[in-house]
Write a protein that binds this ligand. Structure first.
Ligand code: B3K
Ligand code: ZN
Length: 881
């Protein structure tokens, strides 16, 4: 494990390196335990002022075997090598020299899954952010761009496939059953984009002809026998390549593009130049083993990694503080891709749900940080929802402010000006200022200031004068290290909805700039006066979630109900209904806590009936509208003194009230939506399934109502319907015989398929109640569970801590104790996964006092463990601060 130096890296300390590495030649002699890496570097002094400066290369746990300078072995006094650093003092006076470094690494012993490791017998690498330094000493920072030539040598029988970045140039057999391959990548790249793969895998091949008629050979490499499950990923890849040409004018730039799926991977996937490496969860899919959500994720992640070829690889980041430059932008691009491939309104709702579920709690808790952080101790802990999802929202706001045309012109200028650069957020903003002539300096605060701003709106209407006044005020709560906030530029899309459900048109407006339906909030307060508004409108605010903010609006519940029925903007309709539901659950939970009876009223059940059966709306949209806010969503809205048991009871009460009012309608619709067609993963079919499965949940909410779900489980022709039925059984009727039978059947059917078994673990980990902990504890001893595999850990422990509010937050604190034990066990092998897992406790301060005290104890216990990795220490200390 890496030494924790406790060092803090600061944005303002950035300085260019004294040296450059224009050329990198790597030779790998691959062996499971003793891989030799020879790295031959052409090194250039950046300028004369660097003469005499020592060359300091990064390492991490390295073992130096040999070192030569310009072909001569270096004397012991000329350098200093530690596992974490190679310092060369005596350097030639010439501005260019050649350094040859030989290191030895043990891929099989690498359980951190950073650097070079083995997964199911396949050699693979992960270098972002700082994994390359676990392979060889290097200037392992993203502003050092180099062209790479890589020679791989391995045993031919066990590793017939030898891949690296760029184009293949040479291959052949060697004595002793070994063989080699040479890869050449002409595009200068930072070390974090280096990759190699060697192993015995199956492949699916295809071809893509680019817009300038170049042929690109495509390959997706997967575990042998699973090739048919890679077909959808291949289709998604080709659609991504086409889309990037059509929408951004961006063409692929090598002769080959390879994707490799591995089963042990710390995150979703990695955009290594020409050789994307994926968690197999995001490649493999067919109707029997993958859900519609899996298909959608595969499409999005294949696209995301491919899009990085331009946003990330051709234009990379100057330093890790600029991470959102590639991540936020690339998420924005993959969101747009999915919106074009599927339904825009549905996609937008799904994005906002994700943002609120993951980024809002981050922004509102101890781990809050700006989209572009200013300091870090462990960069791997900054691959966050803020950098990714809020980073994407910021790009979306730029487009909202500039309009689509100027936005595209700005992107074109960005590619033209910065191709081949290691760039900054300032570079990015400048192109948009130049093409639009706008001043984005206030807007830039979205990158620099943490926290979710709040906008409050009060309306008053005078029917006699036809005047509508909106009093708008912005405020931003303090976040760690930022007690005083500056005023933001918030683009607020809105509509004034008239009694007929149509947007009203005003005669004149003063008090704020409004362009194309977007009101620009820039001051603390705006007093906005509209004229020509004859009747009191309902305010449809933050349409399309034009800004990632919270809203406080003084409005009547009937106004919300009106918007939920009539708003012409589908996103806002969903938002209005969700707001009503959330308020109803909060109100009911207060009643239940005080020992009173919960009341839910008739409005919400009625609205659910209307929306469920409105066939002018897409099925996927109707399913999203019927989905109640999650327990965690409600907890976030309440904000403090959270009692998860009361929230669950209140939410279940609303489910039952909706089901009771709509039983017959829902049952008829459920039957009507039964799929007779053969399975296709397209958005419309997936939407039908999701509506039907949503109805199944309502229809199964009453006592003993297991029949429908048990039948659906039994007859399911695809994994979406099968796992949905299993989940309904487990969540609603954990102890029923039907549930036990379905769980046993699932295990028998899919026991050998790790990815499918993840669903089995996940579904059980989410089952609410006091017994949940015992279930999860027992599942950790199941033969299919492995503490070393990130997917297994995430599906069981990650689900328990993030999606099981009542089980994890058990009042006696046993959930936290168990969780802390597991986090510490995972950390022994894989600090990065442990640190990510530990963020499950980030909202501890909003719990009611007893739970809060117990959660704190668990965090303190982790914090006081000796020899904690820098990754985990950073998270727990910030969480406790
Ligand atoms: N860039 C990688 C993430 C690397 C995470 C390092 N801890 C995947 C992606 O965002 O596309
Ligand atoms: Zn990315």
């Amino acid at each position: 494990m890496r030494t924790d130096t406790g060092q803090v890296f600061r944005l303002e300390d950035y300085r260019r390196s004294d040296y450059r590495i224009p050329e990198t030649r790597l030779a790998f002699d691959l062996d499971p335990e003793q891989t030799t890496v020879v790295s031959e570097l052409v090194i250039e002094r950046a300028d004369d002022s660097a003469a005499g400066a020592p060359l300091v290369l990064d390492g991490d746990g390295l073992d130096l075997v040999a070192l030569e300078l310009n072909g001569e072995a270096l004397g012991e006094n000329a350098f200093e090598a530690t596992p974490d650093r190679l310092t060369i003092h005596a350097l030639p006076t010439d501005s260019t020299f050649r350094l040859t470094i030989t290191t030895r690494v043990n891929p099989s012993a690498n359980q951190a899954l950073m650097g070079l490791y083995r997964s199911s017998g396949v050699y693979t690498t992960q270098c972002e952010a700082e994994g390359f330094r676990r392979i060889t000493y290097y200037l392992d920072r993203p502003d050092i761009l180099s062209v790479y030539r890589v020679r791989l040598e391995a045993d031919k029988a066990t590793a017939p496939l030898l891949l690296s970045n760029g184009n293949p140039v040479e291959a052949g057999d060697l004595p002793g059953g070994r063989h080699f391959a040479v890869w050449d990548d002409p595009h200068p790249k930072p070390s974090y984009l280096f990759a190699l793969v060697a192993g015995d895998l199956g492949v699916v091949t295809d071809e893509f002809v680019t817009m300038s008629s170049r042929r690109v050979a495509l390959g997706i490499h997967v575990e042998k026998g699973k090739e048919p499950r890679a077909a959808y990923a291949m289709d998604a890849l080709k659609r991504s390549m086409k889309w990037d040409e059509e929408v951004f004018g961006l063409e692929y730039d090598l002769d080959v593009f390879n994707i490799v799926a591995v089963s042990d991977f710390n995150m979703g996937a990695m955009e290594n130049k020409g050789l994307n490496i994926f968690n197999d969860k995001y490649v493999l899919a067919d109707e029997e083993t993958a859900t519609d959500a899996d298909f959608a994720n595969i499409e999005a992640i294949i696209a995301h990694e491919y899009f990085h070829n331009w946003t990330g690889n051709r234009i990379t980041c100057r330093d890790w503080f600029q991470l959102c430059l590639k991540e936020g932008l690339t998420v924005f691009r993959d969101h747009e891709f999915s919106a074009d491939q599927r339904s825009r309104a549905v996609k937008r709702i799904a994005e906002v749900r994700t943002l609120k579920a993951h980024q809002f709690p981050e922004d509102q808790g101890p781990l809050a940080h700006p989209v572009r952080p200013r300091r870090y101790r462990e960069i791997n802990n900054f691959y966050t929802a803020t950098v990714y999802e809020k980073g994407s929202e910021v790009v979306r706001m730029i487009r909202t402010i500039l309009g689509a045309e100027a936005f595209r012109a700005g992107m074109d200028l960005y590619f033209e000006r910065h191709d081949g650069d290691a760039a900054t957020i300032e570079d990015f903003l400048t192109v948009f200022e130049e093409v639009s002539g706008r001043d984005l300096s206030q807007f830039a605060l979205w990158y620099h200031q943490a926290g979710t701003p709040n906008v409050s709106v009060k309306a008053s209407h005078n029917a006699a004068t036809g005047e509508l006044v909106l009093d708008i005020e912005q405020s931003s709560p303090p976040t760690p290290g930022e007690s005083r906030k500056r005023l933001m530029h918030i683009p607020l899309a809105f509509g004034l909805v008239g009694p007929d459900g149509r947007d009203m048109v005003w005669e004149s407006v003063e008090g704020a700039t409004i362009e194309h339906g977007v009101l620009h909030v820039r001051k603390r307060k705006h007093h906005v006066r509209f004229t020509g508004i004859s009747e009191r409108p309902r305010l449809s605010l933050n349409r399309g979630f034009s800004a990632p903010i919270t809203l406080s609006v003084e409005e009547k519940p009937e106004d919300r109900a009106f918007l939920a029925r009539h708003d012409g903007d589908l996103f806002s309709r969903w938002q209005a209904l969700g707001g009503l539901m959330s308020d109803a659950i909060i109100e009911a939970s207060k009643h239940l806590r005080d020992g009173r009876k919960a009341e839910y009223g008739r409005e919400i059940p009625e609205l659910c009936g209307v929306i469920a059966t409105d066939d002018r709306l897409e099925e996927a949209y109707r399913a999203l509208a019927l989905a109640l806010p999650s327990e965690a969503d409600v907890a976030r809205e309440i904000g403090a003194n959270i009692d998860p048991d009361a929230i669950l009871a209140a939410r279940n009460g609303l489910v039952e009230a909706i089901a009771a009012a709509n039983g017959d309608t829902f049952a008829a619709l459920y039957d009507q939506l039964a799929d007779s067609e053969p399975f296709t993963p397209d958005a419309a079919s997936a939407g039908r399934r999701s509506l039907r499965n949503m109805l199944l949940d309502y229809l199964s909410s009453g006592p003993g109502a297991t029949g429908r779900a048990a039948a659906q489980y039994r007859d399911a022709g695809n994994m979406t319907d099968r796992s949905a039925a299993l989940s309904v059984l487990v969540m609603r009727h954990p102890d029923a015989a039907d549930t036990k039978a379905a769980l046993a059947d699932f295990e028998t059917r899919f026991g050998d398929d790790a990815l499918v078994m993840d669903k089995w673990f996940q579904i059980q980990a989410a089952a609410p109640g006091a017994g949940a902990l015992e279930t999860v504890r027992t599942l950790t001893t199941h033969p299919g569970f492995s503490i070393a595999n990130p997917n297994r850990v995430r599906s069981l422990i990650g689900t328990f801590s993030s999606a099981n509010q009542t089980g994890f937050h058990r009042a006696d604190g046993e959930g936290y104790r168990f969780f802390a034990d597991i986090v510490l066990q995972v950390e022994q092998r894989n600090p990065q996964v442990a640190a990510r897992l530990a963020t499950g406790l980030r909202s501890w301060r909003s719990l009611e006092p007893k739970r809060k005290a117990r959660a704190r104890e668990a965090l303190l216990r982790i914090a006081s463990t000796e020899n904690l990795s820098p990754d985990l220490r950073d998270i727990v200390e910030r969480t406790l601060a």
